[in-house]
Ligand binder design. Sequence first.
Ligand code: ADQ
Length: 465
Amino acid sequence: MSRLVVASNRVGDITGGTQSGGLVTALGDALRDGNGLWFGWSGQIVDTDDKLGLTLERQGAVTIATQALTEEDYAHYYLGYANRALWPVMHYRLDLAEFDSAALEGYREVNRRFARALAGLVSADDVIWIHDYHMIPLAAELRALGLENRMGFFLHIPFPSPEIISAVPDHAWLVDTLFAYDVIGFQTEQHVANFGRYAEETAALVTPESHPFRAARRKLKVRSYPIGIDVEAFKAMADTPEAEDRIRRLKRGSIDTHIIGVDRLDYSKGLPDRFRAYRRLLHLHPEHAKNIVLMQIAPPTREELAAYADIRMELEQLSGAINGEFGDFDWTPVRYVHRSLARDTLAALFKGSRIGLVTPLRDGMNLVAKEYVAAQDEADPGVLILSQFAGAAADLAEALIVNPYDADEVALAMHLAVGMRREERIERHSALLERVRQRDVARWRRDFLRDLRDGTGGATAAAEG
Ligand code: ADQ
């Protein structure tokens, strides 16, 4: 079977145990089974080009290849273009997007350099799986170096509607580079449709000069591959004696209903709107006073960017204001933790909380929603409240689906969840759990790799699953 090569901005520790999440969980087995290679940024920032290096490290059967970024690369490629331009646009926040040509140039340059480093490490029959918005043009740069390998791309965040993506000054170039792949994967059918509509509406503009990859008409497969989690592993973390002990500590005191939110402190996650909806609940239903607590775990992320500093201030002000207005000597309505917690602690908190509040304004998928479902006690499960704008909503219809912009609707959902009878909770939860199990991370990986390997003559071995 052809070797798997993965490229993503950050690489994970493949030896990490149950505490690792994200791509490590998702791709670890596939990389290990095929003596794979994982390429990405080392996380280091150096002051000059001559210190970039290319570090190769063996972790069991897997080779980890990393390269540093210069301070300028970090400012332009990572902060400037990926996170100040693409991230907000893909999450429908044109008001927060900033475009400048130096950032774009930095993004192109780093992808060109990554391509040169990676090209020296791959053999002709390797299949290459590239991840996320930092590396959209990587295949195009690899093709420019003459690589004919099968290449696939998975976008973890939304592909927005054509009206939105067209606001990117260089969208024609950016989207054209997607046509250098053999397989493009999106999280949902809606993202596939958005991409299709963009391609259709701009088809008349395609010339070999303006859109070299589209004009070349490589056979391209575009599909949705909804990402999932390792359900049994997450469930097991919520079922240990340590988890039970944490749940007991969480539930010490007289609170009946714990509401949990777990999100990186990112403006796409809708945290201020969520807090305002909770405030609305406390206004409309004073009977919940002293019986309910919202615990929000929100670790820092991308703090160098002003939009992230702003959202932190806003959230701190809001939680202070809610506690000041409603709190009492024996009750703190909002508990806000601006820190990352261990995954087994999260699993216990999910299990101990009657309501899981997942209300992003826009999200590619949202794995917290799936983790919350997996962690529940099947005999007495909690209620998931889920934004209609999370990719996960396409699969998880038995959650209470809400419009996160509508504080009244979210407050009503919380109120209904507090009073929901056990039979209804069990009915909704068992349907959700079945869906989360069906669409798990193994299936995501297997489906994508099957399509990526299709045509290489390589068998889709059971080991991939
Ligand atoms: P994210 O935007 O990071 O991912 P999400 O899918 O929710 O969003 O994944 C976050 C992960 O980090 C979860 O596993 C969660 O448990 C963990 N996490 C969050 N807060 C934490 C905390 N305080 N401590 C420890 N762990 C924490 C992007 C896209 C999503 C898409 C994923 C995967 O934005 O839409 O679902 O990639 O494709």
